[in-house]
Design a protein around this ligand. Sequence first.
Ligand code: 4AD
Ligand code: MG
Length: 461
Amino acid sequence: LIEIRELYKNQEAYLDKEITVGGWVRSIRDSKAFGFIVINDGTFFTPLQVVYHDDMENFEEISKLNVGAAVVVTGTLVATPQAKQPFEIQAKTVTVEGASAPDYPLQKKRHSFEYLRTIAHLRPRTNTFQAVFRVRSLTAYALHKFFQERGFVYVHTPIITGSDCEGAGEMFRVTTMDMGNVPKTENGAVDYTQDFFGKETSLTVSGQLNAETYAQAFGNVYTFGPTFRAENSNTTRHAAEFWMLEPEMAFADLEDDMDLAEDMLKYVINYVMENAPEEMKFFNSFVDKGLINRLTNVATSEFARITYTDAIEILKKHNDKFEFKVSWGIDLQTEHERYLTEEVYKRPVFVTDYPKDIKAFYMKQNPDGKTVAAVDCLVPGIGEIIGGSQREDDYEKLATRMEELGMKTEDYGFYMDLRKYGSTRHAGFGLGFERCIMYLTGMGNIRDVIPFPRTVNNCEL
Ligand code: 4AD
Ligand code: MG
């Protein structure tokens, strides 16, 4: 079979030649003596039109096909200069590989994203989701390419963990299914706190703590994988299972961290615009008008950088616009983040040096005693897309902070060791991969950029 992508990329090589393609029927239209089938094989955004005639022995069978059927077509590729698409295939044979039932849920009309979420197994056959998931795949590749080109070592950090990186207690507990081996409490009930062969474990919320250990061996590393948060929030930007990309650099501070984040975002924007032009044009026309313009501007201008304290001063002046009123010490809400990036700066913004009480235990304490060397990157349309920090590299300061927060340093022996054996200044961040895809595509709901979303009340397939 020849991929439709290949036909579009190298059409001269195939014009007026006999070729065979396989795909799924997008639409079908028949007259008395001939008909048209539009098929897509998933390799290219633009589909292929097939023309078939009544001289075929299975003409009847073809004419009765329903949308969604799988067919293999052999015929000649001919140029169609007057039509929208550059060519079509004049079929010699159309073999029906798998018919489709008449109740196929995807018809030619536009379906709402809400409806398509209920058929997450079929929605990748629609234009929008073909575009979203091709861009998602390309973006993952672009991120790897960016870090590999810069010599970062890819570390596979564990999914099952005994530590709570963010200290927010939003973790999914791991329980054992080996019922012969279930830990029991004294009264014989299942002891769910002792479930990983006698230890309490959870699904990771971040690979950072593990990545830090490898940064203290390799210098620059990154991890990229699924992370889990048991936050019961039903928003368009939160999922219980999402992917996070986390670089970590030794001998680096917060400025280096922001430089890396900015370079990375610009790189993936350029990569996707160059390598998925059809998809990006589609988003620009049907999902978010102005997307390409905006991304082009972002790729060529500097991100803003302000401190949390300055951001609060700016936001306080607009308190009448906010549901949640602003004062020093609050955690920025989405409405504040979006106001800063959409109204004040109209481009991505790094906000740095947050109050220590609203940030995680591991962040480097600033000399002012009140703030930590944290950074969030906010982008228009979404808000926070990246969260990062310089890490506390001083053993005593870290231990004191952990005690203040009621954490036991014994539980984090490996982490404390890094501050004992050749501690360096180091920094890193986490990019929410789905939020990045939302940003690149203009899609407005996290459920529409992850193949099988896991959100509250959503785990059917
Ligand atoms: O800001 P967060 O919680 O940072 C960390 O986890 C650090 N340990 C990262 C690091 O420094 N290595 O999460 C990082 C990013 C957020 O900015 C957001 O984009 C995304 O992860 N994120 C979520 N995305 C979807 N659903 C959720 N529930 C998310 N929670 C965080
Ligand atoms: Mg954060």
